[in-house]
Structures are given as structure tokens and as C-alpha cells.
Write a protein that binds this ligand. Structure first.
Ligand code: FMN
Length: 177
């Protein structure tokens, strides 16, 4: 099967997720192309059987480059089997309010772009103080201290459940188109 994995990432975790998924699919014998959303407006999606799109949430929004990619590719995406991976720190926890806001961010994105992915999943991302500027580090420390009181606020921490991600992608790929 020919699969496109398109992604937008600000601090690198979604890039890691996209690369991991692409490597896994290639190991399974699929023809995979990994594409950064900002480079992909002219990519011909007709070449692919299925499309995986991944992006992360910053202050309640996905990357602008993702919006542009989806807008440019709206016609080609319509009717194409697709999986959207929405990466965030809110998805690392179990707070009902956080999950309501994740659902709202996704609904707003679908409304704004006119694209409804065939399947969408919330994926826990990472806390990466090593990548943040001083102000961002200050804000993110406060958020993480509330979310994960046990966490070392100075250290990068990966919240992505990699085996669960593998299971998700495998079952989506073998599921109905
Ligand atoms: C400035 C900033 C704002 C963020 N805003 C949110 C947010 O509104 N909701 C959320 O759940 N996570 C938020 N996060 C956490 C990111 O979604 C998480 O770190 C994710 O792994 C980032 O993925 P990336 O490295 O691919 O950009 C924010 C992170 C940063 C640095």
C-alpha cells in the first residue's frame, strides 16, 4: 500500500511520531513518504492509497502550516482514507475538561478546514524544557507541575504511548478504507 505521512511539529515530538509511524509501515513492506506539511502543498495525493496527518497543539491550535496544507489538499483529501493524530500534553492526562477542550479544538479545526479525517486520535506528546525559551519554560513548568506533580520540571519527558500508537496505526491500516 502507498501511504503518505504528513506532519507539522514545533518542538519535534510530532516529527518523532510521524517518523516512527513511517518507519514501521516501511518495515511492514508499505511504500511510505514522510512529508513536512509546509513542504507539501504541491504533493500529488492521488499517488497514495491512504494518508496519515499528524500535528501538535500550541495554545489551543494546530500549526498554521497544517491548515495551509489541508486547505491546498482539500479536494484530494476528500474521500481518501485518512487518520489524523492530534498531539498534545492534555492527552497525557485524564482530566475531563482537558479532553473536552481537545475535542473542541479538533471540531474547530474540522470546521475551519472543511476536512473531516476518516479517523482521529488524541496522542500524548512530550514536555521538552530543553527546547523552550525562557518565557515558554516558565509557562510550561506551571502547566506540567499541575498535570504531573511527580515530574522533574527540569527534564524532558516523553508521554507518548508508543506501543499503543503502533496498535492504533496497524489496526487503522488493516481496517476498512
Ligand atoms: C508554547 C506551547 C503551548 C502549548 N499549548 C498546548 C495546549 O494548548 N494544549 C495542550 O494540550 N498542549 C499544549 N502544549 C504541549 C504540546 O502540544 C506538546 O508539547 C507536544 O508534544 C508538542 O509537539 P511538537 O514537539 O511536535 O510540537 C504546548 C506546548 C508549548 C511549548
Amino acid at each position: 500500500m502507498k501511504v503518505l505521512v504528513a506532519y507539522a511539529s514545533s518542538e519535534g515530538q510530532t516529527r518523532r511520531i510521524a517518523r516512527h509511524v513511517a518507519d514501521r509501515l516501511a518495515d511492514q513492506g508499505h511504500a511510505v513518504e514522510l512529508l513536512q506539511a509546509e513542504d507539501g502543498t504541491e504533493t500529488d495525493l492521488a499517488r497514495f492509497d491512504r494518508v496519515i496527518v499528524a500535528a501538535s497543539i500550541h495554545i489551543g491550535h494546530y500549526q498554521k502550516s497544517l491548515g495551509r496544507f489541508i486547505a491546498e489538499q482539500a479536494g484530494a483529501l476528500a474521500g481518501k482514507p485518512s487518520l489524523f493524530l492530534s498531539v498534545s500534553l492534555a492527552a497525557a492526562g485524564h482530566e475531563a475538561e482537558d479532553w473536552r477542550s481537545l475535542a473542541q479544538i479538533l471540531a474547530d479545526f474540522e470546521k475551519a478546514t472543511g476536512w473531516t479525517p476518516g479517523h482521529a486520535e488524541q496522542i500524548a506528546g512530550a514536555y521538552r524544557p530543553s527546547q523552550y525559551d525562557v518565557v515558554t519554560r516558565f509557562v510550561m513548568r506551571r502547566i506540567l507541575a499541575r498535570k504531573d506533580p511527580e515530574a522533574d520540571l527540569e527534564a524532558d519527558k516523553d508521554y507518548t504511548d508508543w506501543p499503543a500508537l503502533d496498535t492504533l496505526v496497524d489496526s487503522w491500516l488493516t481496517g476498512p478504507a
